[in-house]
Design a protein around this ligand. Sequence first.
Ligand SMILES: C[S@@+](CC[C@H](N)C(=O)[O-])C[C@H]1O[C@@H](n2cnc3c(N)ncnc32)[C@H](O)[C@@H]1O
Ligand code: SF4
Length: 379
Amino acid sequence: MPPKPLDKKFIPLALSKPPLSLYIHLPWCEVQCPYCDFSITTDPIEKNDLKLAQAIAQDLADSAAFIDGREFRSVYFGGGTPSLASAEAIGIILDAVQQYSIVKDAEITFEMNPRDVTAGKLTALSALGINRYSLGVQSYQDQELQALGRNHDKASGLQATKMLTGINSTIDLMYGTEHQTIVSFEETLEQFIASQVSHLSLYQLTIEPNTIFYKKELKLPNEDQIESMEHLAQQRLESAGYKQYEVSSWSKPGFESQHNLNYWQFGDFLGLGPGAHSKITLGSEITRFRKIKPLNGYISNQITTDHTIIRGEELDMDLAMNLLRVKNGVTHDQLGFELPKSFLAKYQLGIKEGLLCEGTIGATPKGYQYLNDTIKLFF
Ligand SMILES: C[S@@+](CC[C@H](N)C(=O)[O-])C[C@H]1O[C@@H](n2cnc3c(N)ncnc32)[C@H](O)[C@@H]1O
Ligand code: SF4
């Protein structure tokens, strides 16, 4: 029997060329926050600001094979603290990006720390093409900010938030931190809601190995308090018109992060800058790799390291860890590729256990509540 012709809309994973997004990592930080395990440097920026931008531009020029003729679906400047870089440096990088194709009106996000938000900086960045800002507020409470070792206070957080009024932006908040109570968290949530910013990333503090917090005895809210905070966030954000569309992400309708959705819908991403991670689909395999972390090493040679190839049934876990994060699931149309048979077989077991939905690829409310266990079905 001849093989069944392919439905053009659904390309088997093995043959597909998924959409591609671009991540640019700028590692600058004024201080090392005691909970942070991102690839950062507190070295003075001036001497290396332009050198790093030129190295990233070179890295991008050398990445044509990974880009493989695709348009960038979104661009994201993350850190570290991109807002410490000069507008000249960002201009060098964006000029290099323009050498490739970008989807019309693509989301171009830029992370900022509150102390760097000035009208002049926003005007300069917007003139370069930045059209979305991500502000790392963490909390609108002085005591909590001090315990997090932040170099900003409540007043500068509020001032920076106000400057973003009417500009497409998102705010990062954290819960489960020292000195935080249900009442203080509620106040922070109310400040966020009052700001009318249309997107929120809400992260529970995680204690990462190799951080100062890992070695310290911390007085953190207990599990019941954490659950109450999550419940409160759900109630307050929903009644204020925000929808949770991913484990940590809330937005007003139409303001979901296109860049983050690309990760969770299993798109490819190219990461440039010290320590930046990439995921590229090559034939029937997925390759994950990262750039070297030391700043000076990256500036002199943008070497790629830690290559991992994921193929066959190993892909199931990778798919589950991304797709199932999306609340209410992903439709087959949104995916645009056929899921492997081994994934679908495990998925059927999840349906039987009431953890996974029929129709869309996603977790039921019960499966979403115990997401880590649900994902284990795909081991
Ligand atoms: C890589 S940081 C960069 C943003 C910016 N430099 C800042 O600190 O505001 C992105 C976000 O990740 C979150 N984050 C970083 N470390 C975390 C941790 N250990 N636990 C939970 N959230 C964390 C914070 O909300 C932070 O705003
Ligand atoms: S949390 Fe942000 S500011 Fe603090 S060290 Fe990490 S990247 Fe830098």
